[in-house]
Design a protein around this ligand. Structure first.
Ligand code: FMN
Ligand code: FES
Length: 608
């Protein structure tokens, strides 16, 4: 390998690619050549760096200089200034919101500070399309150890002792599942990687595969050896073409290197992996539906038992784990169960990858130790609430998770604590909400999603979620009735108890948790016909603040309903009867004179 003096670790994860990272690579290569630097400076296309909101990002190694929001136009200047003359370009560095000075080094940026990388250990460090780079960072050392120095029972014992639990949602102990599958009767067994990732806004699994596909494959190989499986399947969401391409490349390379196929590493172990494209429904991620879909059948859940460990793919014992679960396995085998069990809380070991999104300053992919508090995630890693608004809630656990209020910000995150708080770990979506969020509308939004995604096989889920969604819509539209809250709670318990799979079993969580922590908002909607956050259109009004209005006429010009009265130099006024709450005036006003006023407060503003 050439001794390059610099490596430009350019992120080519999906978010950066959508912001032209591949084009930036081309321009970089051209500019390096122009200055005859191509033999001194290497461009490495990595997977997701994590700080997706700042993309396209690039880290210059070995100095760790972090460049962000790069455009093609920036590259000639960057190459000349930094790579030729040795003067890093401050303008392209990250400046935390509200601050003036940029933070040059990646390790000094708060977003990365409290993260601990296990599943994402190679993110931004390697080219995911080159197996040699994975191997150079001790990749496949754990497989070699497992195949040559450990019995299957010892592998299972290590995974059990590590305390690793499934990262796909339910948190089932991984080692125990493997043991059940190993003990299940059958000469042909399967391991499956669940990469369906149907939660809206979640991108943990996609990023792991895009940035380090071999870590997932190596985990599957070790699991297969422990269980006695010879067939592996990756069921991957069809909307993830880049992840799929990288996985296909990784599988082909592993075959070339004799790490997949027959008699792997001369140990007599046979194992190979095939890829299945997801059928495009949220319920496909549920393990029994996934198995049906993988076999070409409609993705409908089945009653368990029998569990997949006894009867899964083609009726044969099958162990299903999530992408992140698999990616943790090689590190546990390499570093030992004790090391892994030393991280986290009493019941939840290791780390968790979250997609941190919503009204937070730093959004992206984060991996943090179990036991970290929500406050640390939102304020230290996330940098606090966007525009310094008030924190209202954080939604964890995907569409069937719950909303956790400010009073629980110091909650240390683990499986049990989140469940006690009425939410769940889920697969790792973390949506931060500010004071402008209506919690009734949030519950309605998630129920609407789940209503559409219910496969319809069982009545409780199919009809129950639909009815709950209708009640929530009525409340948001100003037709809420006394007794609706009690009815929603009653229906929630019925749907939870009577649904066939966990889609229905967890669907009421957003409703129950918002009623539990934000009951007064439901009451304001139902009794006062008022939306305190001014989100539900029927329950607030736009008003113009006379003191602030400069009579510039922009609101009037932009109103499609002709609902604004006023002339130049005469304070403007909204005709409520004509207003459809489209928000065009609010968006157009440059002086913040257009206000959103909850119905309960409009009387106090009579005449405005
Ligand atoms: C409606 C529904 C959707 C699910 N979607 C996913 C998913 O996208 N990815 C995933 O790994 N697990 C998903 N699960 C959980 C799986 O059924 C299963 O528990 C998991 O893949 C097991 O792997 P683990 O033990 O490593 O978590 C879903 C469950 C339900 C009920
Ligand atoms: S995709 Fe580039 S930082 Fe996430």
């Amino acid at each position: 390998m050439k001794p390059y003096r610099m490596h430009l670790m350019l992120c080519t994860g999906t978010a950066c690619v959508s912001n032209k990272a591949f084009r930036i690579r081309e321009v970089l290569a051209k500019e390096l050549e122009k200055h005859n630097l191509q033999d001194e400076i290497a461009i490495v296309c990595t997977g997701c760096n994590g700080f997706c909101a700042q993309g396209p990002v690039m880290v210059v190694q070995p100095d760790q200089i972090f460049y962000q929001m790069l455009t093609e136009k920036d590259i000639p200047h960057l190459v000349e200034e930094h790579f030729l003359k040795g003067r890093p370009v401050e303008r392209l560095m990250f400046t935390p919101p509200g601050e003036k000075a940029p933070v040059p080094k990646m390790s000094d940026i708060d977003f990365f500070g409290k993260q601990r990388l296990i599943a994402l250990r190679n993110r931004g460090m390697i080219d995911p399309e080159r197996i040699d780079e994975y191997i150079a960072r001790e990749g496949y050392a754990a497989l070699t150890k497992a195949l040559t120095r450990m019995t299957p029972e010892e592998i299972i014992a290590q995974v059990k002792q590590s305390g690793l639990r499934g990262r796909g949602g339910a948190g089932f102990p991984t080692g125990r599942k493997w043991e059940l599958c190993r003990k299940a009767k059958g000469s042909s067994k399967h391991v499956v990687c669940n990469a369906d990732e149907g939660d809206p806004g979640a991108f943990m699994d996609r990023s792991i595969i895009e940035s380090d596909p071999h870590s997932v494959l190596e985990g599957m190989m070790i699991g297969a050896r422990a269980i006695g499986a010879s067939r592996g399947h990756v069921y991957i969401r069809d909307e993830y073409p880049l992840a799929r391409q990288r996985l296909i490349k990784a599988i082909n390379q592993a075959r070339e290197y004799g790490l997949l196929g027959e008699d792997i590493l001369g140990t007599g172990f046979d194992f190979d992996v095939s890829i299945h494209r997801g059928a495009g429904a949220f319920v496909c991620g549920e393990e029994t539906s996934l198995i049906s879909s993988l076999q070409g059948l409609p993705p409908e859940p089945k009653v368990r038992p029998p569990f997949p460990v006894e009867s899964g793919v083609w009726g044969e014992p099958t162990n299903i784990n999530n992408v992140e679960t698999w990616a943790n396995v090689p590190e546990i085998i390499s570093r030992g169960a004790e090391w892994f069990a030393g991280i986290g809380t009493a019941t939840s070991k290791g780390t968790k990858v979250f997609s941190l999104v919503g009204k937070v300053k730093n959004t992206g992919l984060v991996e943090v130790p179990m036991g970290i508090t929500l406050r640390e995630i939102v304020y230290d890693v996330g940098g606090g609430i966007l525009d310094d608004r008030q924190f209202k809630a954080v939604q964890t656990g995907g569409p069937s998770g719950g909303c956790i209020p400010a009073s629980l910000l110091d909650l240390p995150i683990d499986y049990e604590k989140l469940t006690e708080a009425g939410s769940m770990m889920g697969s790792g979506g973390l949506v931060v909400m500010d004071e402008d969020t209506c919690m009734v509308d949030v519950a309605r939004y998630f129920l609407d999603f789940l209503k559409d995604e219910s496969c319809g096989k069982c009545t409780a889920c199919r009809e129950g979620i639909e009815v709950m969604c209708r009640i929530l819509t009525d409340i948001c539209e100003g037709h809420g009735k006394e007794g609706d809250i009690d009815l929603l709670e009653e229906l929630s318990h019925a749907v939870k108890d009577a649904s066939l799979c966990a889609l229905g079993g967890t669907a009421p969580n957003p409703v129950l948790s918002t009623i539990r922590f934000f009951r007064e908002e439901y009451e304001a909607h139902i009794r006062d016909k008022s939306c305190p956050a001014a989100v539900c259109k029927a329950l607030f009004q736009y008003r113009i603040d006379e003191e602030k209005c400069t009579a510039c006429g922009l609101c009037k010009k932009n109103c499609p309903q002709d609902a604004i009265q006023g002339e130049r130099k005469v304070v403007h006024r909204i005709i409520q009867e004509k207003c459809t709450r489209c928000g065009a005036c609010f968006d157009a006003c440059r002086v913040g004179a257009v206000m959103k006023v909850p119905n309960a407060k409009t009387e106090a503003l009579a005449g405005v």
